[in-house]
Design a protein around this ligand. Structure first.
Ligand code: FAD
Length: 154
């Protein structure tokens, strides 16, 4: 496969949903994805957004300047706060190239997050390492790619 003419960069962060989002999570996530797809397409960005227990976990891949530019916009968005970068590094290949952006909501019983829940069954994004975050995102991407829809709330 031909290598892209730019250096590929992958950024993963987590954030907390703000009360305005929690009021109508489904509609807000739909709005985020609807806006993200054309924006990301324009900048050759791909990725995935996980919605879980009041948190977002997102991966963005693409040319480094485009990833950083999108992240600068995202950081200022009032729909989330307490944003923390898990990893930001150059990558050889896209791991999440199927979608310019898509979202999936996870329920506590979802198999793919069981090993990142604490003993009380709670999701604590601060416990994620760069590797466990990629593992979780890849498991969810696998599930999502078997699903025809681009957005789904469980
Ligand atoms: P507009 O959509 O016109 O937005 C202009 C301003 O209004 C922005 O400051 C925006 O933050 C704010 N805004 C828009 N809608 C709402 C709303 N419903 N409630 C409150 N404020 C609002 N954007 C991407 O391009 N790519 C992504 O991958 C991406 N992922 C995101 C992930 C999360 C978790 C969140 C919360 C947002 C994400 N966004 C993403 C949206 C991003 O934060 C910006 O809103 C968007 O990029 C701005 O798009 P725009 O320049 O077309 O302006």
């Amino acid at each position: 496969m031909a290598r892209p003419a730019y250096k590929l960069f992958r950024l993963i962060y987590h954030s907390r949903q703000t009360p305005m989002v929690l009021g109508d999570l489904d509609a807000h996530v739909h709005a985020i994805i609807e806006r993200s797809i054309p924006n990301n397409q324009r900048f050759m960005l791909t990725g995935l957004l996980i919605v879980v227990q009041g948190f977002f976990l997102q991966v963005l891949e693409g040319p480094e300047a485009a990833v950083r530019g999108a992240y600068c916009r995202i950081v200022d968005d009032p729909r989330h706060d307490q944003i923390a970068i898990i990893s930001g590094e150059q990558a050889q290949t896209r791991l999440f190239g199927q979608w310019n952006m898509c979202a999936r909501a996870l329920a506590s019983a979802d198999q793919s997050i069981l090993d990142v829940l604490d003993s009380k069954g709670l999701f604590d994004p601060a416990r994620l390492t760069p590797k466990s975050a990629v593992d979780l995102l890849r498991k969810v991407a696998d599930i999502q790619s078997r699903n025809a829809q681009t957005f789904m709330i469980d």
